[in-house]
Write a protein that binds this ligand. Structure first.
Ligand SMILES: *[C@@H]1O[C@H](CO)[C@@H](O)[C@H](O)[C@H]1NC(C)=O
Ligand SMILES: *[C@@H]1O[C@H](CO)[C@@H](O)[C@H](O)[C@H]1NC(C)=O
Ligand SMILES: *[C@@H]1O[C@H](CO)[C@@H](O)[C@H](O)[C@H]1NC(C)=O
Length: 276
């Protein structure tokens, strides 16, 4: 109870801080099927009346934008999903005094983050692992935008989004969310992502340092390596992939993403939430 109240108060303080920032909203090039985020977000109310689910908390002020891990969680290198990822090493059914499981997960499955060492051998050798990722980039004001549904994210699409200068974190919702691709265990190469020129446009013309998308790779399959290389080259841009952006309105939020401190890993599961 104490921690719930604390969360509620935090959220209210956050949203007050946020509103006072008054970041301009971009003209959306694509009308969001999920609304424009202009609805009211009520802060503290009677806790007894609060319907708290595991996806949305605090009357819709906190959204969990992380996918659950299940054996069907997709991963880029398989059509079968991640499979059995939990193993009970000690089981109460077998007479142990406790249940105790071991985790075994691909570093790039489900909602996850890429470190510079993912696609640059020299960065990997130099230790640019997920533990070097800047928490200041992974946490702060963020824009959730809808991109046109009929194409991949090219330079032309990026230009049309009119992302204001100064915006450092953008979550791109695409056709992948409408298609529910993250809920299918088979890896689907027809997902929408950045083409190389779209990635280059973002690097050259915006201040965006956190790029989030709604499937396993920010880069479209046809430009898988080139678009990643463009993003990761400066080691300043952090890529968060496989976000759960269903049922969240487009607009301005505070994003909070925390990777695990996996020393030597070029990817990590990441927990991300949005606070309105
Ligand atoms: C421990 O694991 C068993 C499966 O071996 C499960 O049936 C049981 O509910 C678990 N107990 C607890 C306390 O989690
Ligand atoms: C419990 O013990 C049996 C017999 O040793 C073994 O076959 C089974 O896998 C064990 N189950 C768990 C959950 O540890
Ligand atoms: C995006 O690119 C992929 C190949 O990387 C392609 O299969 C897919 O049809 C494209 N999506 C759209 C909406 O154009």
């Amino acid at each position: 109870m104490g921690s719930l109240q604390f969360l509620l108060i935090c959220a209210v303080v956050q949203s007050i801080l946020f509103l006072s920032l008054a970041i301009p909203s971009p003209d959306s090039a694509y009308p969001s099927p999920y609304g424009d985020g202009s609805g009211t977000c009520v802060g503290v109310s009677d806790p007894k009346l609060q319907h708290i689910t595991r996806e949305v908390y605090d009357n819709g002020c906190i959204f969990d934008i992380t996918h659950k891990f299940t054996p069907h969680t997709p991963v880029g290198i398989s059509n079968e999903g991640i499979g059995k990822f939990l193993t009970l090493l000690f089981s109460m059914k077998n007479g142990s005094l406790y249940n105790y499981s071991e985790l075994r997960l691909p570093a790039h499955a489900g909602t996850h983050v890429d470190a510079p060492g993912h696609m640059y051998e020299n960065y990997f050798e130099e230790g640019y692992d997920v533990d070097t990722l800047d928490l200041k980039v992974l946490n702060g004001p963020a824009l959730l935008v809808d991109v046109p549904r009929d194409q991949n994210i090219t330079a032309k699409v990026m230009k049309s989004l009119n992302i204001p200068k100064g915006v450092k974190r953008v979550l791109f919702r695409t056709l992948n969310t409408d298609r529910g691709l993250m809920y299918n265990k088979a890896f689907d190469t027809s997902y929408v992502g950045f083409m190389k020129d779209g990635a280059q446009w973002l690097v050259d013309n915006t201040d965006v340092k956190l790029v989030g998308t709604d499937y396993l790779s920010v880069a479209a399959f046809d430009d898988l390596i080139p678009a990643h290389l463009v993003f990761l080259k400066s080691r300043e841009i952090i890529l968060v992939e496989g976000l759960k952006l269903d049922d969240v309105k487009a607009g301005i939020y505070s994003v909070h993403c925390l990777p695990l401190r996996l020393v030597g890993a070029e990817g990590s599961p990441i927990r991300c939430i949005l606070i309105k």
